[in-house]
Design a protein around this ligand. Structure first.
Ligand code: PGA
Length: 258
């Protein structure tokens, strides 16, 4: 089975509902029906409901950036994955901004991954080391802990419902001194991710997991990142806010696969 290429735009805390709707309208107009490329955008939660009525799911899908792991109850201010069922097809979980600004640990990430699967939403589990963890030679440990910790509530049979995104924190453009990751640096960590998955779940299950890369992806580096062995797609922040850059990256994905 040929794996799809995933191009996921993480809009973070940007765009009003109206702006998001206009962007989506233009994106849908620009997008032909790419069978092998799964295009996804993650708007703010408040925009998901109207956008879910507007989106053409033959062309692209929607993701939620975050939700709570309990389905209902006394959790003031939260939105549950069960409420998002049918609105979002994917969920970004464990993004470094959630881990470091909102103090989410691997246990919470694991519960969110399980809640997404339980509600038929595909989790995109984000993992990645900080600059100092890399400098201290801790990358392999951090990757293993975040990966295996984040998947700790996922059964072998459900592993094919999960996507993993490698996002080195030092390469994300929202960090103060974002650097660009080289294809070799990415290849090395993606190999580690696949080895950890194979060791824990077996070769057969681990091969089914798409692994994305994210961190300062733009139209000029997307092609190189998409050809890194073991990479099945991209998670894009800043460049996904600019329609022409996002569609450029989608075109690149199509070209790289051809
Ligand atoms: P960036 O963000 O592309 O702006 O670096 C990526 C992300 O945080 O997912």
């Amino acid at each position: 089975m040929v794996m799809k290429t995933y191009i996921v735009g993480n809009w973070k805390l940007n765009f009003t509902v109206g702006e998001a709707s206009i962007y989506l309208h233009k994106l849908l107009k620009a997008l032909p029906n790419y069978r092998d490329t799964e295009v996804v955008v993650a708007p703010s939660t408040i925009a998901l409901q109207p956008l879910s009525l507007q989106v053409d799911r033959h062309k692209m899908k929607l993701a939620v950036q975050n939700a709570f792991y309990r389905d209902y109850g006394a959790f003031t201010g939260e939105t549950s994955f069960s409420q998002l069922r049918g609105l979002a097809d994917y969920a970004i979980i464990g993004h470094s901004e959630r881990r470091y600004i909102f103090r989410e640990d691997d246990k919470m990430v694991a519960k969110k991954v399980a809640a997404a699967i339980r509600n038929k939403i595909t989790p995109i589990l984000c993992i990645g080391e900080t600059e100092s963890e890399r400098a201290f030679g801790e990358t392999a440990d951090v990757i293993r802990d975040q990966l295996i910790g984040g998947l700790s509530e996922v059964s072998d049979d459900d592993l094919d419902k999960v996507i993993v995104a490698y996002e080195p924190v030092w390469a994300i453009s929202s960090t103060k001194a974002a650097k660009i990751a080289t294809p070799d640096e990415i290849a090395e960590v993606v190999k580690l991710i696949r080895k950890n998955l194979a060791d824990t779940y077996g070769e057969k299950h681990s091969e089914q997991v798409p692994v994305l890369f994210g961190g300062s992806v733009n139209p000029s580096n997307a092609g190189a990142y998409l050809t890194v062995p073991g990479v099945n797609g991209l998670l894009i922040g800043g460049a996904s806010l600019i329609l022409s850059e996002f569609t450029d990256i989608i075109e690149t994905a199509k070209r790289v696969r051809a």
